[in-house]
Design a protein around this ligand. Structure first.
Ligand code: GDG
Length: 474
């Protein structure tokens, strides 16, 4: 590790904010995503560092500078990727925290690897943080890091943000390592969640499991000798970089692309659109079922309506994801086989990732956006759709089980488990008069504009500063 690095602000996340490229002149490219956009200015202003995995197993890379940030790679072996990442993170914690939509697997070797890798991240962060620095740890892959880091470096101010839901205690209690994970998170001064409900679930788990006193988001964590420190557990709903979507949506080439997309689909009256990582939490199969039934019942016709479904490849080595892909592709094949005509398709299914320009063109082409997640920490797609609709048109159909549903109250709300209700909501969205679309969309756009991703990071970091001030006083 670089002995010279001493950063006052350190971000720690599973992945570094860059991807390896084949171009020798530009070996690293910035990965797309709101987190980088939100944190980059803070890191640049403070000469800060970002600790994370570079995305490829079995390679050791020295810290390097990128766009005014020091990037500190943590090396993972192929075994670590299999056990810590695909195993414990994505096949234990992910399904458990999403209300066991898919059964979580509990394996002690996965847990052992999770502990080991979390320690490697904590050590890397400890070695680059300046005295009394602020460290911001991200997400469910690194829940043990706050405590490990505090033990290594008690001088630091530590924040943790949880991007996915925190489940109700009855579900959380399944976890064989439930105490260790809570203790790991409580190493942070501020523990941030997407929704008030998540912060409440966490506080309840702490009370039930550890017996600590919790009051209005403050948790008293005993530190020995009859003394305690206060950890804050609170909701900070994440958002997007609104200006980027707004600018892209106004670009002439993007607008021209919207026209091309409509024409290439046979110029249907209505384009329905879904875009998700191919993940069982996103309710893709429920969406397909509802749409397929609407076609069978002739409430919709392929001459008038097309569903574009982008399912970006995700976690392709985890069995539950392989099975889901098969199920989705079988369903899409059946629906298209039953309903397509030579000139019109029921579903244009795309198992690819697209550049952001294309995503925005698709958002603008979409008369109805379908977000039918069964459980989702926030769901940024919903917010991106709204930010792209500079024309104040379009209808968002939004699952009430997303974090976004708390804020986006003018969307058409659905319970995706209720297939009849979902069908009615799709028809209602298709038939919504332009004046009502515009009234709802203007209100949604105001909400997203007033709470963008920089407000999110500012809110969290302000509370971390307060924690620092409290620490100094005591
Ligand atoms: C986790 C939580 C929480 C998708 N396909 C393409 C593409 N995407 C982009 C979307 C969006 C992002 O990926 C997905 O974000 P979501 O929020 O919808 O969902 P997760 O990936 O599950 O994210 C979630 C989030 O963390 C942040 O805290 O909201 O609840 O599960 O930005 O646009 N982007 C491009 N091409 C694609 O094909 N360019």
């Amino acid at each position: 590790m670089s002995a010279t690095l001493a950063a006052d602000f350190v971000v720690v996340s599973n992945r570094l904010p860059v991807d390896r490229s084949d171009d020798e002149n530009e070996p690293w490219r910035r990965s797309p995503g709101g987190l980088v956009a939100a944190l980059e200015p803070v890191i640049q202003a403070s000469g800060g560092a970002w600790v994370g995995w570079p995305g490829q197993p079995d390679i050791e890379i020295d810290p390097f500078d990128f766009d005014g940030m020091s990037l500190v790679p943590v090396a993972l072996t192929a075994d670590d990727v299999e056990l810590y990442y695909e195993g414990f993170s994505n096949d234990t914690i992910w399904p458990l925290y999403h209300d066991v939509i898919s059964p979580p697997a509990y394996h002690r070797v996965w847990w052992d690897s999770y502990v080991r890798v979390n320690r490697a991240f904590a050590e890397a962060a400890a070695s680059v943080a300046a005295p009394e620095a602020t460290v911001w740890v991200h997400d469910y892959q690194l829940q043990l890091v706050p405590r490990m880091l505090r033990e290594l470096r008690p001088d630091l101010v530590i924040g943790y943000f949880h991007h996915i839901p925190f489940p109700a205690y009855g579900i959380y209690a399944q976890l064989p390592w439930r105490r260790q994970v809570l203790e790991g998170l409580l190493g942070a001064d501020v523990i941030g969640f997407q929704r008030v409900q998540d912060a409440g679930n966490f506080a309840r788990a702490v009370r039930r499991q550890l017996g600590f006193e919790t009051k209005a988001g403050s948790i008293r964590v005993p530190v020995g000798g009859g003394r305690d420190r206060v950890a804050i557990s609170k909701a900070y709903p994440i958002s997007i970089d609104v200006a980027t979507y707004d600018e892209l949506a106004r670009r002439p080439d993007v607008q021209a692309r919207v026209q091309e997309i409509r024409e290439s689909l046979g110029s249907p009256d209505t384009i329905l659109f879904g875009v998700d990582r191919l993940d069982y939490t996103k309710g893709i199969t429920h969406r397909l079922k509802a749409y397929g039934e609407l076609l069978v019942e002739h409430r919709l016709e392929v001459e008038d309506v097309t569903l574009v479904q982008v399912a970006s490849p995700s976690r392709e080595r985890v069995v539950a994801y392989m099975q889901l892909r098969d199920e989705i592709e079988l369903t899409v094949g059946r629906i298209n086989g039953d309903h397509d005509t030579v000139g019109h398709t029921a579903i244009r299914y795309l198992h690819h990732s697209y550049p952001r320009e294309e995503m925005v063109a698709l958002y603008l082409a979409a008369d109805v956006m379908l977000v039918t997640a069964l459980r989702d920490g926030m769901n940024l797609v919903a917010k991106e759709y709204i930010a792209s609709r500079v024309d104040n048109r379009g209808v968002l159909v939004l699952s009430e089980f997303t974090g976004a549903a708390d804020e986006l109250t003018q969307a058409v709300k659905v319970n995706p488990h209720d297939i009849e209700g979902l069908k009615d909501a799709i028809v209602q969205a298709i038939q919504m008069p332009p004046a009502e679309q515009s009234r709802r969309m203007r209100a949604l756009r105001r909400r997203v504009r007033d709470h963008d991703v920089s407000d999110w990071s500012r809110g969290f970091l302000t509370d971390l500063d307060r924690a620092r001030a409290r620490g100094h006083r005591s």
